[in-house]
Design a protein. Structure first.
Lengths: 729, 102
């Protein structure tokens, strides 16, 4: 199955076409095809996972066999010169570097024996003597994403059969859910950067369609357009980055080759830095990083299952995945291994705090969760920025479960109260909706990072990575950012839970618990939010035997195309001090929020009393003025001056020319009119007019409107021309 | 295939073509016109196959197959148009259909 994993994206793709063409005629309007297809893809993804585990476990034996053949040519990494040298000192050529891609490293480093990725290539098209390939690249991260995407998508499909039931475009909705899943699966298996771009754009198009699913209302279609346009900004970065990499890596789109060359010094460091910055723009737009995050909260206009899919498994994690996929480029381009601060980590750090801050002032439950996603994505980017690859992907893994659970839970709530407004229409729902309440609580605890839920382990690994990795001074500042972020996360989620589930019910009518097709996916996701942390339990804990760090063991790529295969790279270790500090911070934050909301202590009404608090609130309520900046600053800034300049040129330059020309023209015109026009031209015009009329009268007879007369003319003319052809020519 | 056989087939094609052209130009009934068009197309088919056999080339037959397929589609559309004309005007006489008269 590993060799044939390319079938998995084709299943939902086929389902998209089937639903589109036959969906409306089926008893369940096409949803059964979608659920069945994604279910099948999920089963196959499980099979691929199991086989991948065997593949990884057998890799050590295989590298043992080939040890003799390879240990003379292995090279030492020299971080300062950025050039790979062999043990006898000569620089490697490009061809020699590329051989490393498939070479198996000797198992002397223990944990770092390499695992060959499973690949497949097909020629897409040929241009000159250059073959452009598409292919399949199955390695740790791809296998992990296969599992996450198919699982979340399956649950979202099941959930949607209830949630969007009765929608006029029900079939259409399921068709695009399938395409969305298919394009994301295609993206995670992409072997070439070109394929990556195609799938990346497909994901964007699907999100556009689904966010604007209810396009009859203007805000929804506006949100869809905004998501699409904002992503275009970053896509330019992606195009630039891929183009730079194509030329600097010696005309190749192959991700493995690019990574191998980047990691081992086959690409100049300037090209890598420029490419990494260009690709960073793409990550910022796709994964909702500051300053291109503004589309993400607006994307809440879409149906809630779509929000869950976008935030947990498909759209926004595409950016994170792309960084992890081209990690060699980012690692070398930003000097992640040896620097103390870099653009990737800074963008992530700002996003952690900025997103969390915005989550405080939202009254719409989905927007709280949206900004929470922005903040959590910031954690992932920050982790990648400090070099903690595994921590970032582990957080992606756990975040997918609890964030999907939270979103689906918010959908369940809104299904009951027909609103998303926490302050107006919710409150006290604990009593009415016990199942939604408990799953929401579990997912919230996982997000806050309460031990032993999933979020604790992944967030802690990021913090440990930030404190331990990096060059001379470490990335300690980002650990502090992460801790502050953890504090804010706990506080805004407590506020959200309080407003939704506690206190008095403020809406109308009697809310009711949702049906099983909504609650069962919630419970599955809540269960995973409980236990997913066990996938990467650190070695520090005694008594868990061979279960330690399984996630890292199976899913972290090992080989010459991935920077952690280098001797200089270390994996963060579990640090009990950080774990205890972050837990204390999280709990104290919950405690403060508890006092504030439940016990009514603390500075209530501060925004009315203190000017500085009010100013802070205003800034947050206006989303740091980013939207204002884009519409008034950039759009109007470009539009206004251009319009004014055009007006000025119009009034002064063009009008002057026109007026002058008009005066001359008027004088000339009078002369011409009196002498030439009246005398000469009129005669000609009148003559040609009557000639035309006469001719028209004659020709009019021809257009009788009788088809056969036309046909006779046609055949007659053809016969004459044929005669000319035969007898004359 | 010798030249005598070739001539016979081409003659058949030409005769068929002329009958078709006559039908297209002279018949007043739209259905008959469509049938005549079929005759013209089949005359072409005969020519294609004949020359294909003459040159020992399969392409002639392939083209003939294409023409047959296209003719089927064409007659489908044509009959649909005729049907709609009949519904609107209760006649398929081409002399009645002169809305394009100048």
């Amino acid at each position: 199955m590993l060799e044939n994993a390319w079938i998995i994206p084709l299943i939902p793709a086929a389902s998209f076409l089937l639903i589109l063409f036959f969906g409306k005629r089926l008893p369940r309007k096409g949803s059964e095809i979608g659920v069945a297809a994604v279910g099948l893809a999920f089963v196959l993804a499980l099979v691929v996972n199991v086989q991948w585990f065997h593949h990884v476990d057998n890799a050590g034996e295989r590298s043992g066999h080939s040890e003799e053949a390879t240990d003379d040519g292995w090279f030492a990494y020299a971080p300062n010169t950025n050039v790979a040298v062999t043990s006898d000192g000569h620089e490697l050529t490009r061809a020699e570097l590329l051989e490393l891609t498939n070479k198996v490293e000797p198992a002397s480093e223990g944990e770092h024996e390499s695992v060959a990725p499973v690949t497949k290539d097909w020629t897409w098209f040929e241009n000159g003597d250059k073959d452009i390939n598409i292919g399949m690249l199955i390695d740790g991260p791809a296998v992990m994403m296969l599992f996450v995407v198919t699982l979340v998508s399956l649950l979202v499909h099941v959930y949607s059969t209830d949630y969007v039931a009765g929608d006029p475009r029900y079939t259409h909705f399921f068709a695009f859910l399938s395409l969305f899943t298919a394009s994301m699966l295609g993206l995670i298996m992409a072997k070439s950067t070109l394929q990556l771009i195609v799938m990346w754009e497909l994901v964007g198009v699907c999100s556009f369609v689904l966010i604007g699913h209810w396009w009859e209302e203007k805000p929804n279609s506006d949100a869809a357009v905004k998501a699409f346009i904002t992503n275009r900004v970053g896509d330019i970065g992606l195009l630039c980055g891929v183009t730079i990499l194509y030329w600097s890596a010696g005309q190749t789109f192959d991700i493995l080759e690019i990574n191998t060359l980047a990691v081992n010094g086959g690409i100049s460091s300037t090209a890598l830095t420029v490419a990494a910055f260009a690709l960073l723009a793409a990550v910022m737009s796709k994964s909702g990083q500051f300053i291109l995050h503004t589309w993400l909260p607006d994307a809440m206009a879409g149906p809630t299952p779509v929000s869950a899919l976008i935030h947990a498994a498909t759209m926004v994690v595409a950016g994170i995945f792309m960084v992890g996929r081209l990690y060699g480029v980012f690692f070398q381009g930003f000097d992640i291994g040896i620097s103390t601060v870099n653009a990737l980590a800074i963008v992530g750090g700002i996003t952690v705090l900025g997103g969390a801050g915005l989550a405080f002032v939202q009254n719409d439950i989905k927007k709280v969760l949206a900004y929470s996603t922005v903040s959590q994505l910031g954690y992932m980017v920050m982790a990648l920025g400090v070099g903690a690859w595994t921590a970032a992907f582990f957080h992606l893994f756990t975040h997918a479960f609890f964030k999907a659970c939270l979103f689906l839970g918010s959908g369940s709530v809104s299904h009951a109260v027909h609103s998303f407004d926490m302050k107006k229409d919710m409150g006290g729902l604990k009593k009415w909706m016990p199942q939604t309440f408990w799953t929401f609580m579990i997912a919230t605890a996982a997000l806050i990072g309460i031990i032993p839920l999933a979020g604790f382990w992944s967030k802690d690994e990021i913090l440990a990575g930030a404190s331990q990795l990096g060059g001379d001074g470490n990335y300690t500042i980002f650990m502090v950012v992460g801790l502050i972020g953890a504090f804010m996360t706990a506080a805004y989620m407590t506020r959200c839970v309080y407003l939704t589930f506690f206190g008095e019910y403020r809406g109308h009518g009697h809310p009711h618990e949702s049906g099983p097709r909504i609650t069962v996916p919630l419970w599955i996701l809540a269960g995973l939010a409980l236990i997913a942390g066990a996938a990467n339990i650190p070695a520090w804990f005694p008594g868990q035997g061979s279960w330690e760090l399984r996630f890292e063991h199976f899913y972290e790529p090992k080989g010459a195309y991935f920077p952690s295969a280098l001797a200089s790279f270390e994996v963060p270790e579990f640090d009990p001090k950080i774990a205890i500090i972050s837990t204390i911070i999280g709990l104290s934050s919950i405690g403060l929020a508890y006092l504030y909301y439940w016990k009514d202590r603390g500075p209530h009404g501060a925004t009315e009393r203190y000017r500085i608090a009010n100013a802070g609130y205003t800034v947050l309520a206006n989303k740091y003025y980013f939207d204002r900046l884009y519409t008034d600053g950039i759009v109007a800034g470009v539009k206004g001056p251009v319009a004014r300049a055009a007006y000025w040129i119009n009034q002064n330059v063009l009008d002057g020319v026109v007026n002058g020309a008009a005066t001359v023209a008027a004088a000339t015109g009078r002369f011409v009119y009196n002498r030439i026009d009246q005398g000469v031209v009129d005669t000609i015009v009148d003559g040609s007019g009557s000639a035309a009329e006469g001719g028209g009268q004659v020709l009019r007879q021809l257009t009788s409107g009788k088809v056969q007369q036309y046909g006779a003319l046609l055949f007659g003319a053809t016969a004459i021309f044929a005669g000319v052809l035969i007898f004359v020519v | 295939m010798d030249d005598l056989m070739l001539n016979q087939f081409l003659l058949l094609g030409a005769v068929l073509f002329c009958i078709g052209v006559y039908g297209v130009l002279a018949r007043r009934n739209a259905v008959m016109v469509l049938m005549s068009i079929e005759l013209i197309l089949n005359a072409v088919n005969i020519n294609l196959i004949t020359f294909g056999a003459q040159h020992g080339d399969i392409a002639g037959q392939v083209f003939a197959l294409f023409v047959i397929a296209v003719a089927a589609a064409e007659v489908g559309v044509g009959l649909a148009i005729v049907l709609i004309i009949y519904r609107n005007r209760h006649s398929v006489d081409l002399n009645d259909v002169d809305a394009m008269k100048g």
